[in-house]
Design a protein around this ligand. Structure first.
Ligand SMILES: C[S@@+](CC[C@H](N)C(=O)[O-])C[C@H]1O[C@@H](n2cnc3c(N)ncnc32)[C@H](O)[C@@H]1O
Length: 241
C-alpha cells in the first residue's frame, strides 16, 4: 500500500508502506533523501563495476538515484541509461538518458550489455517486487551480457547498532533491524552531517547465499562470479536455454 506524500509535475508521489525518511529536502517513496544522496561520496563501486564489464559497455542502471555511481561510470567511458521512480532524483543526473518508472515493471524494447541492480534493492521486502526486478534484469540483458547486483553483507542485519565515520565528515549509523513478519526486517539508518541529519526506515528481506542464488535461478540467471571477497557484488549471467 502507498500513501501520498506530495506532488511533482502534476504526478502524485506516494510513500511505500513500511518506508520512511526524515531530514531536509525531498524524500523518495522508499525513504531516500535526495539531498543526502547528492552529498554521499562514491566509493570503490565504479572500479568494481568497470573490472567486470567490457570497456564502453551500455549499462542499464536500475535505481540510479541522483547519479552517484552514474557520473563516475560516464567518466570512465560507459554509456548509462538511468532508471528511477523519483523525478527529483533523476533531475540531478547529468549526461545519461533517464527513465522514470518502477524497476519491477520496466519494459523497454531494448537489450543492454550490462544491467545493474545495486543499493541492496534485491532485498526488497515484497517477494513479488524482488521477482519483478530480477525478471527485468533478465529480460533487458543482451546475449553475452551480464547483470551486476549489489547484495547485503553477511552481518548486515545482526551486527547492530554499528557506525562508520566517513573521512569526508559524516557518520552512518545502522541503528536497528526489527522483524516485522514473513522474514522481513524494518531497518533504520541515520546519516549525520555537521549541519543536517537524515534517517531512513525501510523493509529488507535478508537472503542467505543459497536463497539469493535461488532467487537468481527463478529469474533465469546464475552467478558467474562474486566480484568482492565479502560477496556483496555479484556478476550474474543468463542461464543457457
Ligand atoms: C538507496 S538509493 C541509491 C541510489 C543509487 N543507486 C546510489 O547508490 O547512489 C535507492 C534509489 O532507488 C530508487 N528506487 C527504489 N525502489 C525503486 C523501485 N521499485 N523502482 C524504481 N526506483 C526505485 C529510489 O528512488 C532511490 O533513488
Amino acid at each position: 500500500m502507498r500513501a501520498d506524500v506530495g506532488r511533482w509535475a502534476g504526478m502524485t508521489i506516494e510513500m511505500r508502506e513500511g518506508y520512511e525518511g526524515t531530514g531536509p529536502g525531498a524524500i523518495t517513496p522508499d525513504g531516500c533523501a535526495v539531498e543526502l544522496y547528492s552529498r554521499l561520496p562514491v566509493g570503490e563501486e565504479p572500479d568494481i563495476i568497470a573490472s567486470a564489464v567490457p570497456a564502453g559497455a551500455h549499462i542499464l542502471e536500475l535505481g540510479s538515484g541522483v547519479g552517484r555511481m552514474t557520473h563516475p561510470l560516464l567518466e570512465r567511458g560507459f554509456t548509462v541509461t538511468a532508471v528511477d521512480e523519483s523525478a527529483e532524483m533523476l533531475e540531478r543526473v547529468r549526461g545519461a538518458r533517464t527513465i522514470r518508472g518502477a524497476i519491477e515493471t520496466l519494459d523497454l524494447d531494448e537489450k543492454f550489455d550490462v544491467v545493474m541492480l545495486a543499493s541492496f534493492l534485491v532485498h526488497a521486502g515484497d517477494v513479488e517486487v524482488r521477482r519483478g526486478m530480477l525478471d527485468v534484469c533478465r529480460s533487458h540483458v543482451a546475449d553475452g551480457g551480464c547483470v551486476l547486483i549489489q547484495r547485503e553483507g553477511e552481518n548486515y542485519h545482526t551486527d547492530l547498532p554499528r557506525e562508520r565515520h566517513d573521512p569526508s565528515g559524516f557518520t552512518i549509523r545502522m541503528l536497528s533491524a526489527e522483524p516485522v513478519g514473513d522474514g522481513v526486517n524494518s531497518v533504520r539508518a541515520e546519516y549525520a552531517f555537521p549541519d543536517a541529519v537524515w534517517t531512513q526506515t525501510f523493509l529488507a528481506r535478508p537472503l542467505s547465499k543459497e536463497e539469493f542464488e535461488g532467487a537468481l535461478g527463478e529469474a533465469g540467471l546464475r552467478v558467474d562470479r562474486y566480484l568482492t571477497e565479502d560477496r556483496v557484488w555479484v556478476r550474474a549471467v543468463p542461464v543457457e536455454a
